[in-house]
Design a protein around this ligand. Structure first.
Ligand code: F0G
Length: 458
């Protein structure tokens, strides 16, 4: 076993968890319409649904909560957050928002017109949803290696630079009000983007005068991947790498629920003063006054402290070590996982594990349900349920390349023995995998169906 750094913290407060028995789990599944979003947390033993807002705050963050300034305007908490924002991201302006998607909503509201395109390596579902909700067309241009199962590719999150330039020329830069990139690439396995690629993306967007926004949810993990894997960055700190990343962009959206290790929060940042005037109005309309943006003052302090903690090297070494450990243990028992492991999550290739279940019968959904049934583990499908969509022109369903199930690790929350339990459950599932069958959707909303669709076993 390769060395994985132990947790660089000890536990001072605990939250009990319980494993309910199998008949109770079966009942819960039925009630939830075989959609794991419908389960109650008390019915779940190990909750790997998301790494978003589920991390454990540190003693310093909890102390920060106590000194939060709840003034409506110009709070001390806002100024403390501003200092950290300037240090790490260096954009001229920002507004706090209650989540990442609120930042996306404001950005799309102020910059996007119907029929326009927004390229990225891969948009996350909320970004995609926000773009579509305004009549825009999200376009994914991730490099082909993203779909390569070989483990030796260090930056599978990279944008395909040739495809990007081709795309801009095809639809015309005037029809692209902004260009994005997601670091790390959550929808594509939590894979990082290299500095070289970020530089290339920045150069292309700048050449065509397209504002470049980074979806920065997991910027610290991405920075540490660059340190570990990209020549020339070994002696730089994650902070220095992050600073270099953001110097290449014109703005960013971020869900602070990820690498800022808080339970709620986000921001929208930009260098464009004219755009920021519109952002301010929209923020006030939808989120709150621009110095608190839908959050409590104490939340801003927790974010400010968490942003710095998220960049600490021992923390990042442990963090990326945990996903690497889980991936390698799963691989040992025959479970196909995306390699190398992502920063925040391990992605199981359910399409490969369950080749007898075709995409329209949702192999990822089948596996995700089985993990709950077998071990009360909650994961999330990121495949045909989450990403298949009808072509706007032909109406025909377009399926994603991969049907994945994501095991997202909340930050500083589960220990290595929790991960060993997950591996044991997966070994039991592996034995009987050929007996699993698919699912059909009996009820679904128009947008973002995976959150609330109701399923039935086939
Ligand atoms: N962008 C990315 C890359 C994300 O992963 C998420 C959230 C968002 C934007 C939206 O942020 O939830 O604060 O509104 N991802 C969570 C997840 C939900 O489970 O991966 P939010």
């Amino acid at each position: 076993m390769s060395f994985h750094p132990p947790e660089p913290f000890r536990i001072k407060m605990v939250e009990p968890i319980h494993l309910i028995d199998k008949p109770e789990r079966e009942k819960a599944l039925k009630r939830a319409g075989y959609n794991i979003f419908g389960l109650n947390s008390d019915e779940v033993f190990i909750d790997l649904l998301t790494d978003s807002g589920t991390g454990a705050m540190s003693q310093d963050q909890w102390s920060g909560i106590m000194v939060g300034d709840e003034s409506y305007a110009g709070a001390r908490s806002y100024h403390r957050l501003t200092d950290v924002m300037n240090e790490i991201f260096g954009f001229k302006h920002f507004v706090p928002t209650h989540q990442g998607r609120a930042a996306e909503n404001i950005l799309c509201a102020v910059i996007l017109k119907e029929g326009q395109y927004v390229p990225s390596n891969m948009h996350f579902d909320t970004t995609e949803g926000n773009i579509r909700a305004r009549g825009g067309r999200p376009t994914n241009l991730v490099c082909q290696e993203a779909f390569d199962v070989s483990p030796d590719i260090p930056f599978k999150g990279n944008m395909d630079l040739d495809k990007l330039e081709e795309f801009i020329n095809k639809v015309g830069p005037e029809n692209i009000p902004l260009g994005m990139i997601t670091i790390t690439n959550n929808a594509g396995g939590g894979q990082p983007v290299s500095m070289k690629n970020l530089r290339g993306v920045s150069k292309i967007y700048r050449k065509y005068k397209i504002p470049f926004f980074i979806d920065a949810c997991r910027f610290a993990e991405n920075s540490y991947f660059i340190k570990l894997r990209e020549p020339g960055y070994q002696d730089k700190s994650p902070l220095e790498i992050a600073q270099e990343i953001f110097s290449l962009a014109d703005g960013a959206t971020m869900s602070a629920k990820k690498d800022a290790i808080v339970n709620i929060g986000g921001f929208l940042a930009t260098n464009d003063s004219e755009l920021f005037e519109k952002v301010k109005s929209d923020c006030i309309l939808r989120e709150g006054f621009i110095t608190y943006g839908g959050l409590a003052g104490r939340d801003l302090d927790a974010i400010a402290i968490g942003l710095r903690e998220g960049l600490q090297e021992d923390y990042l070494a442990y963090r990326l070590g945990q996903t690497a450990y889980l991936a390698s243990e799963l691989k040992k028992i025959g479970i196909p996982v995306i390699e190398p492991a992502g920063g925040h999550a391990v992605y199981i290739n359910a399409g490969e594990l369950l080749p007898h279940i075709p995409q329209p019968e949702f192999p990822g959904q089948a596996l995700s349900v089985e993990m709950y049934r077998e071990g009360a583990i909650r994961s999330v499908e990121l495949g045909s349920v989450a990403f298949a969509y009808p072509d706007p022109d032909s109406g025909e369903m377009i399926y994603p390349e991969l049907d994945l199930v994501r095991l997202a690790l909340p930050r500083r929350t589960y220990t290595q023995s929790h991960l060993d339990y997950v591996v044991e459950v997966m070994a039991r599932i592996y034995k009987d995998k050929d007996k699993l069958s698919g699912y059909q959707i009996v009820k679904q909303p128009k947008l973002m169906r995976h959150f609330s669709a109701v399923f039935e076993p086939i």
